[in-house]
Design a protein. Sequence first.
Lengths: 280, 136
Amino acid sequence: MYYYILDQNTLPVDKFEMMQTELSGLLAEFKIAGESARVTPLRTVADLVDTASQRGVKTLVACGSDDTFNLMLAALRGRDFTLGFIPFNEDSFLAKILGIESLFVGAKTIAARRIEKIDLAKIAGNFFINYLEFGVLSQNIKNAGWFSSMRMLSTEPKNLNVRIDDSYNVNINSLGGLVVNIRSTSSNVASIANPTDGNLDLLILERLNKAQILRYRKDIAEGRLENVPKSTIIKCKKIEFLEPRGTNLTMLGRSVAKFPATVEIIPHRLRMIVGKNRTF
Amino acid sequence: MEKLLEENLNGQAETVVGPSVKIQGDLNSEGNIKIEGQVAGKVKTSQSVFVTQGAKIAADVLAGGAVIGGEVQGNLKISGHLILQSTAKVVGDITCSVLRVEDGAQFSGKCVMNGAITAANGKKSAVVEAEELEDE
Protein backbone atom coordinates (compact mmCIF):
# COMPACT_ATOMS: atom_id res chain seq x y z
CA MET A 1 0.00 0.00 0.00
CA TYR A 2 1.19 3.52 -0.84
CA TYR A 3 1.05 6.35 1.66
CA TYR A 4 1.49 9.83 0.18
CA ILE A 5 2.62 12.66 2.45
CA LEU A 6 1.55 15.94 0.83
CA ASP A 7 3.38 19.02 2.01
CA GLN A 8 2.49 22.52 0.92
CA ASN A 9 5.68 23.92 2.43
CA THR A 10 6.39 27.28 0.74
CA LEU A 11 3.99 26.81 -2.19
CA PRO A 12 1.08 29.24 -2.56
CA VAL A 13 -2.26 27.60 -1.64
CA ASP A 14 -3.74 27.79 -5.14
CA LYS A 15 -0.65 26.21 -6.74
CA PHE A 16 -0.53 23.49 -4.09
CA GLU A 17 -4.21 22.63 -4.62
CA MET A 18 -3.68 22.50 -8.37
CA MET A 19 -0.70 20.13 -7.88
CA GLN A 20 -2.74 18.01 -5.48
CA THR A 21 -5.58 17.64 -8.00
CA GLU A 22 -3.16 16.81 -10.81
CA LEU A 23 -1.41 14.25 -8.61
CA SER A 24 -4.71 12.54 -7.66
CA GLY A 25 -5.53 12.16 -11.35
CA LEU A 26 -2.07 10.74 -12.16
CA LEU A 27 -2.17 8.26 -9.25
CA ALA A 28 -5.55 6.98 -10.45
CA GLU A 29 -4.30 6.81 -14.04
CA PHE A 30 -1.20 4.81 -13.08
CA LYS A 31 -3.23 2.66 -10.63
CA ILE A 32 -1.03 3.52 -7.67
CA ALA A 33 -3.60 5.34 -5.57
CA GLY A 34 -3.24 4.78 -1.85
CA GLU A 35 -3.84 6.91 1.19
CA SER A 36 -2.94 10.58 1.03
CA ALA A 37 -2.38 12.78 4.06
CA ARG A 38 -1.66 16.48 4.10
CA VAL A 39 0.88 18.05 6.45
CA THR A 40 -0.65 20.72 8.70
CA PRO A 41 0.73 22.68 11.66
CA LEU A 42 -0.93 20.12 13.98
CA ARG A 43 -0.01 17.06 11.92
CA THR A 44 3.68 17.06 11.11
CA VAL A 45 5.60 14.83 8.70
CA ALA A 46 6.82 12.80 11.71
CA ASP A 47 3.20 12.25 12.90
CA LEU A 48 2.21 11.04 9.44
CA VAL A 49 5.16 8.62 9.31
CA ASP A 50 4.02 7.23 12.69
CA THR A 51 0.46 6.83 11.38
CA ALA A 52 1.76 5.04 8.26
CA SER A 53 3.84 2.71 10.40
CA GLN A 54 0.84 1.83 12.60
CA ARG A 55 -1.21 0.99 9.51
CA GLY A 56 1.42 -1.37 8.17
CA VAL A 57 2.24 0.75 5.10
CA LYS A 58 5.14 -0.55 3.01
CA THR A 59 5.77 2.42 0.69
CA LEU A 60 6.02 6.03 1.82
CA VAL A 61 6.05 8.79 -0.78
CA ALA A 62 7.02 12.35 0.10
CA CYS A 63 5.23 14.83 -2.16
CA GLY A 64 6.58 18.34 -1.79
CA SER A 65 10.05 19.82 -1.48
CA ASP A 66 13.47 18.37 -0.58
CA ASP A 67 12.71 19.42 2.99
CA THR A 68 9.63 17.19 3.02
CA PHE A 69 11.76 14.20 2.06
CA ASN A 70 14.48 15.06 4.58
CA LEU A 71 11.90 15.40 7.36
CA MET A 72 10.40 12.05 6.36
CA LEU A 73 13.87 10.48 6.42
CA ALA A 74 14.54 11.90 9.90
CA ALA A 75 11.19 10.52 11.14
CA LEU A 76 11.86 6.93 10.02
CA ARG A 77 13.89 6.09 13.14
CA GLY A 78 15.06 2.73 11.79
CA ARG A 79 11.62 1.60 10.56
CA ASP A 80 11.60 -0.28 7.31
CA PHE A 81 9.84 1.39 4.35
CA THR A 82 10.38 1.70 0.63
CA LEU A 83 10.64 5.43 -0.08
CA GLY A 84 9.56 7.54 -3.01
CA PHE A 85 9.57 11.23 -3.87
CA ILE A 86 7.35 13.40 -6.05
CA PRO A 87 8.53 17.02 -6.42
CA PHE A 88 6.09 19.92 -6.21
CA ASN A 89 8.73 22.52 -7.08
CA GLU A 90 10.93 22.69 -10.16
CA ASP A 91 14.20 23.56 -8.40
CA SER A 92 14.36 20.38 -6.30
CA PHE A 93 17.92 18.97 -5.99
CA LEU A 94 16.59 15.60 -4.93
CA ALA A 95 14.38 15.38 -8.01
CA LYS A 96 17.46 15.93 -10.21
CA ILE A 97 19.42 13.30 -8.29
CA LEU A 98 16.63 10.73 -8.51
CA GLY A 99 15.84 11.54 -12.16
CA ILE A 100 12.33 12.82 -11.45
CA GLU A 101 11.91 16.01 -13.48
CA SER A 102 8.23 16.66 -12.88
CA LEU A 103 5.04 15.62 -11.14
CA PHE A 104 4.13 13.40 -14.11
CA VAL A 105 7.55 11.68 -14.15
CA GLY A 106 7.31 11.31 -10.36
CA ALA A 107 4.01 9.42 -10.56
CA LYS A 108 5.27 7.36 -13.52
CA THR A 109 8.44 6.50 -11.56
CA ILE A 110 6.44 5.34 -8.54
CA ALA A 111 4.33 3.15 -10.86
CA ALA A 112 7.43 1.68 -12.54
CA ARG A 113 8.80 0.88 -9.06
CA ARG A 114 12.47 0.66 -9.99
CA ILE A 115 14.03 0.17 -6.55
CA GLU A 116 17.69 0.81 -5.69
CA LYS A 117 19.25 0.05 -2.32
CA ILE A 118 21.18 3.18 -1.48
CA ASP A 119 23.48 4.27 1.33
CA LEU A 120 22.15 6.42 4.12
CA ALA A 121 24.36 8.98 5.84
CA LYS A 122 23.97 9.96 9.47
CA ILE A 123 24.97 13.10 11.36
CA ALA A 124 24.06 14.05 14.93
CA GLY A 125 20.96 11.84 14.95
CA ASN A 126 19.81 13.14 11.54
CA PHE A 127 19.81 11.09 8.35
CA PHE A 128 20.45 12.32 4.82
CA ILE A 129 21.06 10.91 1.37
CA ASN A 130 22.53 13.86 -0.47
CA TYR A 131 25.45 16.03 0.76
CA LEU A 132 26.69 18.41 3.42
CA GLU A 133 28.74 21.56 2.88
CA PHE A 134 31.15 23.51 5.05
CA GLY A 135 33.28 26.64 4.75
CA VAL A 136 32.78 28.74 1.60
CA LEU A 137 30.89 25.89 -0.05
CA SER A 138 28.05 26.39 2.44
CA GLN A 139 27.66 29.94 1.15
CA ASN A 140 25.56 30.30 -1.93
CA ILE A 141 28.33 30.54 -4.55
CA LYS A 142 26.03 29.25 -7.29
CA ASN A 143 23.69 32.22 -7.07
CA ALA A 144 26.39 34.75 -6.18
CA GLY A 145 27.57 37.20 -8.79
CA TRP A 146 31.07 37.21 -10.26
CA PHE A 147 32.43 39.75 -7.78
CA SER A 148 30.82 38.11 -4.71
CA SER A 149 32.08 34.65 -5.62
CA MET A 150 35.60 36.02 -6.22
CA ARG A 151 35.47 37.61 -2.77
CA MET A 152 34.19 34.41 -1.12
CA LEU A 153 36.84 32.25 -2.77
CA SER A 154 39.64 34.70 -1.95
CA THR A 155 39.10 34.50 1.82
CA GLU A 156 41.84 33.19 4.11
CA PRO A 157 41.80 29.39 4.39
CA LYS A 158 41.28 27.83 7.82
CA ASN A 159 43.09 24.87 9.32
CA LEU A 160 40.77 21.91 9.00
CA ASN A 161 41.38 18.87 11.18
CA VAL A 162 39.40 15.69 10.52
CA ARG A 163 39.78 12.08 11.59
CA ILE A 164 38.95 9.45 8.99
CA ASP A 165 37.66 5.93 9.68
CA ASP A 166 39.26 5.96 13.16
CA SER A 167 42.52 5.38 11.28
CA TYR A 168 44.21 8.66 10.37
CA ASN A 169 44.04 12.42 10.89
CA VAL A 170 44.00 14.93 8.05
CA ASN A 171 45.27 18.49 8.53
CA ILE A 172 44.77 20.94 5.70
CA ASN A 173 44.47 24.67 5.09
CA SER A 174 41.11 24.69 3.45
CA LEU A 175 38.48 27.07 2.13
CA GLY A 176 35.71 24.54 2.60
CA GLY A 177 34.38 21.32 1.23
CA LEU A 178 31.66 18.75 0.82
CA VAL A 179 30.67 15.42 2.33
CA VAL A 180 28.89 13.66 -0.50
CA ASN A 181 26.70 10.60 -0.65
CA ILE A 182 24.78 11.70 -3.77
CA ARG A 183 24.76 15.04 -5.55
CA SER A 184 22.75 16.51 -8.37
CA THR A 185 25.70 16.80 -10.75
CA SER A 186 27.33 13.68 -12.10
CA SER A 187 31.10 13.20 -12.12
CA ASN A 188 33.70 12.20 -14.71
CA VAL A 189 35.02 9.88 -12.03
CA ALA A 190 32.37 7.17 -11.67
CA SER A 191 33.40 6.27 -8.13
CA ILE A 192 32.65 9.78 -6.76
CA ALA A 193 29.18 10.49 -5.35
CA ASN A 194 28.03 6.93 -5.88
CA PRO A 195 25.31 6.21 -3.29
CA THR A 196 25.57 2.45 -3.76
CA ASP A 197 29.30 2.02 -2.99
CA GLY A 198 28.95 2.05 0.81
CA ASN A 199 31.24 5.09 1.13
CA LEU A 200 31.13 8.82 1.69
CA ASP A 201 33.29 11.15 -0.40
CA LEU A 202 35.01 13.98 1.42
CA LEU A 203 36.01 16.70 -1.08
CA ILE A 204 38.18 19.53 0.26
CA LEU A 205 38.99 22.78 -1.53
CA GLU A 206 42.36 24.49 -1.09
CA ARG A 207 43.14 28.14 -1.75
CA LEU A 208 43.28 29.02 -5.44
CA ASN A 209 44.80 31.90 -7.35
CA LYS A 210 42.58 34.36 -9.24
CA ALA A 211 43.04 32.66 -12.60
CA GLN A 212 42.06 29.31 -11.10
CA ILE A 213 39.02 30.83 -9.38
CA LEU A 214 37.86 32.28 -12.70
CA ARG A 215 38.44 29.02 -14.52
CA TYR A 216 36.89 26.67 -11.95
CA ARG A 217 34.14 28.88 -10.45
CA LYS A 218 31.39 26.82 -12.08
CA ASP A 219 32.86 23.49 -10.95
CA ILE A 220 33.17 24.82 -7.38
CA ALA A 221 29.60 26.16 -7.39
CA GLU A 222 28.31 22.80 -8.58
CA GLY A 223 30.42 20.87 -6.06
CA ARG A 224 32.60 19.16 -8.68
CA LEU A 225 35.77 19.70 -6.66
CA GLU A 226 37.45 16.68 -8.27
CA ASN A 227 37.90 18.89 -11.36
CA VAL A 228 39.59 21.67 -9.36
CA PRO A 229 43.40 21.58 -8.96
CA LYS A 230 44.91 20.82 -5.54
CA SER A 231 41.60 19.44 -4.23
CA THR A 232 41.70 16.54 -1.82
CA ILE A 233 39.37 13.56 -2.27
CA ILE A 234 38.95 10.94 0.42
CA LYS A 235 36.63 7.95 0.25
CA CYS A 236 35.66 6.72 3.70
CA LYS A 237 32.95 5.40 5.98
CA LYS A 238 33.32 7.73 8.94
CA ILE A 239 34.44 11.36 9.21
CA GLU A 240 34.99 13.15 12.50
CA PHE A 241 35.23 16.92 12.01
CA LEU A 242 37.38 18.18 14.86
CA GLU A 243 38.51 21.74 14.02
CA PRO A 244 37.88 24.64 13.57
CA ARG A 245 35.27 24.28 16.31
CA GLY A 246 31.92 25.94 15.67
CA THR A 247 32.10 25.63 11.86
CA ASN A 248 28.67 24.98 10.39
CA LEU A 249 27.83 21.86 8.41
CA THR A 250 24.90 22.75 6.18
CA MET A 251 22.44 20.82 4.06
CA LEU A 252 20.81 22.82 1.25
CA GLY A 253 21.68 26.03 3.07
CA ARG A 254 20.29 24.90 6.45
CA SER A 255 22.69 24.29 9.35
CA VAL A 256 22.46 20.70 10.63
CA ALA A 257 25.47 20.54 12.96
CA LYS A 258 28.60 22.35 14.09
CA PHE A 259 32.18 21.06 14.47
CA PRO A 260 32.98 18.84 16.33
CA ALA A 261 30.63 16.47 14.52
CA THR A 262 30.70 12.94 13.15
CA VAL A 263 29.28 11.81 9.81
CA GLU A 264 28.85 8.10 9.14
CA ILE A 265 27.50 6.00 6.30
CA ILE A 266 25.08 3.10 6.69
CA PRO A 267 25.57 1.05 3.51
CA HIS A 268 22.55 -0.03 1.43
CA ARG A 269 20.13 0.97 4.20
CA LEU A 270 17.40 2.65 2.11
CA ARG A 271 15.11 1.10 -0.47
CA MET A 272 14.42 4.01 -2.79
CA ILE A 273 12.21 4.24 -5.87
CA VAL A 274 14.36 5.92 -8.53
CA GLY A 275 13.87 7.28 -12.02
CA LYS A 276 15.55 6.25 -15.25
CA ASN A 277 17.51 9.53 -15.47
CA ARG A 278 19.02 9.41 -11.96
CA THR A 279 22.56 10.74 -11.52
CA PHE A 280 23.99 7.49 -10.09
CA MET B 1 54.93 5.43 -20.46
CA GLU B 2 55.07 7.58 -17.31
CA LYS B 3 52.78 10.10 -18.96
CA LEU B 4 50.28 7.37 -19.73
CA LEU B 5 50.49 6.08 -16.16
CA GLU B 6 50.04 9.56 -14.76
CA GLU B 7 46.98 10.12 -16.93
CA ASN B 8 45.62 6.78 -15.87
CA LEU B 9 46.03 7.60 -12.18
CA ASN B 10 44.84 11.19 -12.52
CA GLY B 11 41.65 10.06 -14.16
CA GLN B 12 40.88 7.24 -11.78
CA ALA B 13 42.43 8.12 -8.41
CA GLU B 14 39.84 7.35 -5.77
CA THR B 15 41.85 9.06 -3.07
CA VAL B 16 43.73 12.30 -3.76
CA VAL B 17 45.85 13.87 -1.03
CA GLY B 18 46.29 17.56 -1.96
CA PRO B 19 49.59 19.47 -1.71
CA SER B 20 48.89 21.22 1.60
CA VAL B 21 47.52 18.09 3.31
CA LYS B 22 49.30 16.43 6.22
CA ILE B 23 48.09 12.95 7.11
CA GLN B 24 49.01 11.19 10.33
CA GLY B 25 48.05 7.54 10.55
CA ASP B 26 47.53 4.62 8.20
CA LEU B 27 45.95 5.44 4.86
CA ASN B 28 44.06 2.44 3.47
CA SER B 29 42.16 2.46 0.21
CA GLU B 30 40.67 -0.01 -2.23
CA GLY B 31 41.39 2.17 -5.27
CA ASN B 32 44.22 4.22 -6.76
CA ILE B 33 45.85 6.76 -4.47
CA LYS B 34 47.52 9.99 -5.58
CA ILE B 35 49.67 11.73 -2.99
CA GLU B 36 50.75 15.34 -3.44
CA GLY B 37 51.08 16.20 0.26
CA GLN B 38 52.66 14.58 3.31
CA VAL B 39 51.77 11.23 4.86
CA ALA B 40 53.25 10.05 8.16
CA GLY B 41 51.88 6.52 8.26
CA LYS B 42 51.50 3.37 6.23
CA VAL B 43 49.94 3.65 2.76
CA LYS B 44 48.12 0.52 1.62
CA THR B 45 46.07 -0.32 -1.48
CA SER B 46 45.61 -3.26 -3.81
CA GLN B 47 45.69 -0.80 -6.74
CA SER B 48 48.32 1.84 -7.60
CA VAL B 49 49.98 4.65 -5.69
CA PHE B 50 51.25 7.80 -7.40
CA VAL B 51 53.55 9.98 -5.29
CA THR B 52 54.09 13.29 -7.07
CA GLN B 53 57.14 15.54 -6.93
CA GLY B 54 57.15 17.43 -3.63
CA ALA B 55 55.13 14.79 -1.78
CA LYS B 56 56.59 13.04 1.27
CA ILE B 57 55.77 9.68 2.80
CA ALA B 58 57.38 8.66 6.07
CA ALA B 59 56.33 4.99 6.35
CA ASP B 60 55.91 1.80 4.34
CA VAL B 61 53.96 1.68 1.08
CA LEU B 62 52.13 -1.52 0.12
CA ALA B 63 50.48 -1.44 -3.30
CA GLY B 64 49.77 -3.22 -6.56
CA GLY B 65 51.80 -0.68 -8.55
CA ALA B 66 53.57 2.60 -7.87
CA VAL B 67 55.00 5.66 -9.57
CA ILE B 68 57.26 7.59 -7.23
CA GLY B 69 58.19 11.18 -8.03
CA GLY B 70 58.47 12.41 -4.44
CA GLU B 71 60.21 11.36 -1.25
CA VAL B 72 59.59 8.04 0.52
CA GLN B 73 61.29 7.15 3.78
CA GLY B 74 60.17 3.57 4.31
CA ASN B 75 59.92 0.24 2.56
CA LEU B 76 58.11 -0.12 -0.76
CA LYS B 77 56.32 -3.46 -1.19
CA ILE B 78 54.86 -3.41 -4.67
CA SER B 79 53.41 -6.55 -6.22
CA GLY B 80 53.55 -5.19 -9.78
CA HIS B 81 55.49 -2.42 -11.50
CA LEU B 82 57.44 0.26 -9.66
CA ILE B 83 58.71 3.36 -11.41
CA LEU B 84 61.14 5.75 -9.72
CA GLN B 85 60.95 9.04 -11.59
CA SER B 86 63.92 11.39 -11.90
CA THR B 87 62.71 13.44 -8.91
CA ALA B 88 62.22 10.41 -6.62
CA LYS B 89 64.08 9.96 -3.33
CA VAL B 90 63.63 6.58 -1.68
CA VAL B 91 65.30 5.61 1.59
CA GLY B 92 64.22 2.06 2.35
CA ASP B 93 64.00 -1.42 0.88
CA ILE B 94 62.15 -2.18 -2.33
CA THR B 95 60.23 -5.34 -3.19
CA CYS B 96 58.61 -5.40 -6.64
CA SER B 97 58.19 -7.43 -9.82
CA VAL B 98 59.34 -4.92 -12.40
CA LEU B 99 61.47 -1.89 -11.59
CA ARG B 100 62.27 1.13 -13.70
CA VAL B 101 64.64 3.79 -12.38
CA GLU B 102 64.99 7.05 -14.26
CA ASP B 103 68.17 9.11 -14.44
CA GLY B 104 68.49 11.25 -11.33
CA ALA B 105 66.34 9.10 -9.05
CA GLN B 106 67.90 8.53 -5.63
CA PHE B 107 67.55 5.15 -3.97
CA SER B 108 69.21 3.94 -0.82
CA GLY B 109 68.35 0.43 0.37
CA LYS B 110 67.99 -3.20 -0.73
CA CYS B 111 66.00 -4.32 -3.74
CA VAL B 112 64.25 -7.70 -4.09
CA MET B 113 62.55 -8.66 -7.36
CA ASN B 114 59.84 -11.31 -7.14
CA GLY B 115 58.88 -11.71 -10.82
CA ALA B 116 55.08 -11.80 -10.62
CA ILE B 117 53.33 -9.03 -12.50
CA THR B 118 49.84 -9.19 -11.08
CA ALA B 119 48.48 -7.10 -8.25
CA ALA B 120 47.82 -8.37 -4.74
CA ASN B 121 44.16 -9.12 -5.41
CA GLY B 122 44.93 -11.22 -8.48
CA LYS B 123 43.79 -8.52 -10.92
CA LYS B 124 46.16 -6.67 -13.21
CA SER B 125 47.35 -3.44 -11.69
CA ALA B 126 46.66 -0.09 -13.35
CA VAL B 127 50.34 0.07 -14.26
CA VAL B 128 50.24 -3.23 -16.13
CA GLU B 129 47.01 -2.26 -17.85
CA ALA B 130 48.50 1.05 -18.90
CA GLU B 131 51.53 -0.71 -20.38
CA GLU B 132 49.35 -3.14 -22.27
CA LEU B 133 47.32 -0.26 -23.62
CA GLU B 134 50.48 1.42 -24.77
CA ASP B 135 51.67 -1.78 -26.47
CA GLU B 136 48.37 -2.01 -28.37
